[in-house]
Design a protein around this ligand. Structure first.
Ligand SMILES: Cc1ncc(COP(=O)(O)O)c(C=O)c1O
Length: 500
């Protein structure tokens, strides 16, 4: 198919919320083109004057990713021998930089053109969106948390329904519940969403969930799932997408851990770090995005700089059909207005100095570093379990292939007082009882693991309770080897004491 034959996205207006339909676009934003025209006598909008802006120059220091070759990165990471570079935004006068006057001014609520251009090229080279439908676009926002909240507002009225994985990032669940939206959990296994469960629930909706509307949206965390650490198999994505088409559902793909993908973990091994000769080889190792198969424009993908540059930059973007993004844009106009011009200026300055290849080098560096962290964590975890001889009391989730989380399950039926506690707390309370018990004992010993129940998605029809295990989530992202070793030793000591 040639580019001219690629069709436009479908229209999803029939799924929009009342709030979205009653919100128009801001008239003032249509005047921005005049403001940017130096010939214009622009008396039309309340903009403060440049000479009164607090900053006149921005300088930053970053890693010099542009000058590395892909296959040099692992070497540089091992020796921590990453060169630094300085960017000086007003003095360098690069035409790709965002002008300070524009960065600090109102306007550009869609995102600064230079940054939009860089990111669009990056996304297309990665996911080939231009090959699936023609009118795709991106919209800069303040990160995925805002991305989700704004999509809920565009699509959902109170009482509408969204499908979630049966464990889910807790802020997502809170945002959904706060807007009075129903959620229905879909089962997951070690390879992500169980397609049969999704198909079963959708095809039997009227009998299973007769009291709530059919879902308009589905939300997934495909790589390095938070909290489960799992990665959704690419083959399942195609099957899931077909179901979304059949039941007319829009997909929210929240993928902050995409670039934290790692090679498979092999127990106790610390293999040589991978070396890639070119980008193609590296990209071939990565999962697909739903964007690559989305011929309808029913996928909205949330990208975030939080895990690649630091959560404090509060910058992300949504990729999807322009028709839908225009509605998100209208919401931006009355909420965040625009994402921080300073963050955009800094990120844009850094990315354009690196170039597209340097950006990929950066992701390669993340992969190498995260692989080392994950391998150290899991090797230490398995060694501790062996040393303390507690294998029968603990199950470790399939090793993460992306992201920063690992999950363990305590086999509570093996606990010495399980039968007594089951009578005391009942089948609805037994898992919570043990979760609290271990959480508190760990905290007393100065160890923090997140409780699995914080992430459980309730089904409106029944309580999903576990009788045989309780879950705990750990992370290796920002933990030193010393703290990891000591933390896991504390964990195993307490498990041994409790279960023996
Ligand atoms: C699945 C998921 N989505 C979103 C976020 C938050 O992203 P952001 O900082 O871009 O709002 C997190 C952070 O932990 C997350 O795990």
């Amino acid at each position: 198919m040639t580019i001219d034959q690629i069709k436009e996205s479908l229209c999803f207006k029939h799924l929009y919320s009342q709030e979205c339909l009653s919100r128009g676009s801001s008239p003032i934003k249509t005047t921005m083109k005049y403001f940017l025209d130096p010939e214009f006598h622009f008396l039309g909008a309340g903009m403060p004057p440049l000479e009164l802006f607090g900053f006149q120059n921005f300088q930053f220091q970053t890693f010099d990713m542009g000058s590395y070759k892909l296959n040099e990165i692992p070497e540089a990471t091992i020796n921590n021998n990453i060169r630094l570079m300085t960017g000086d935004i007003s003095r360098d006068e690069q035409d790709y930089d965002i002008e300070i006057a524009q960065a600090l001014q109102y306007g550009n609520s869609r995102g600064h053109p230079a940054l939009l251009k860089f990111l669009k090229e990056h996304i297309d080279s990665m996911f080939q969106v231009s090959r699936v439908y023609s009118d795709w676009d991106i919209l800069i926002n303040n990160g995925s948390t805002f991305g989700l909240e704004s999509c809920l507002r565009v699509f959902c009225n109170r009482g509408d329904t969204i499908l979630l994985e049966d464990l889910c990032y807790s802020s997502t669940v809170e945002a959904i519940e706060a807007q009075g939206i129903n959620h229905v959990p879909i089962k997951m296994d070690s390879n992500g969403i169980v397609v049969e469960d999704l198909a079963h629930k959708l095809s039997n909706w009227d009998t299973l969930y007769s009291n709530i509307p059919k879902p308009k949206l589905m939300y997934v965390i495909p790589n390095g799932h938070n909290p489960k650490g799992t990665t959704l198999k690419d083959t399942r994505k195609v099957e899931i997408y077909r179901l979304l088409q059949k039941y007319d559902i829009v997909l929210l793909e929240d993928d902050p851990y995409f670039w934290l993908q790692m090679p498979d973990y092999v127990k106790y091994e610390d293999p040589e770090l991978e070396v890639f000769e070119n980008k193609k080889q590296f990209f071939a190792k990565l999962s697909k995005s739903f964007l690559s198969i989305d011929t309808d424009g029913r996928v909205l993908r949330f990208e975030s700089f939080s895990k690649y540059f630091g959560p404090g930059v509060r910058l992300g973007y949504v990729v999807g059909s322009k028709k839908i993004l225009d509605n998100l844009w209208n919401y931006h106009e009355v909420s965040l207005q625009a994402s921080s011009g300073i963050s955009q200026l800094m990120i844009n300055g850094c990315l354009n100095r690196w170039g597209q290849d340097g950006f990929v080098n950066w992701f390669m560096r993340l992969r190498t570093t995260y692989t080392q962290k994950r391998n150290f964590c899991l090797n230490t975890l398995y060694k501790s379990i062996d040393t303390f001889n507690i294998n029968e009391f603990i199950t470790v989730e399939k090793a993460p292939q992306a992201g920063m989380f690992f999950m363990i399950y305590l086999n509570i039926t093996k606990h010495r007082d399980y039968s007594t506690n089951l009578i005391k707390y009942g089948k609805n309370g037994i898992s919570d009882y043990y979760e609290n018990l271990f959480f508190e004992k760990f905290v007393e010993a100065k160890l923090l693991l997140a409780k699995g129940s914080w992430f459980k998605v309730k089904d409106p029809n029944y309580d999903v309770c576990s009788l045989d295990s309780c879950m705990l989530r750990g992370t290796y992202a920002a933990v030193t080897p010393e703290k990891m070793t000591k933390g896991l030793e504390i964990m195993c000591t307490i498990i041994k004491e409790e279960f023996k």
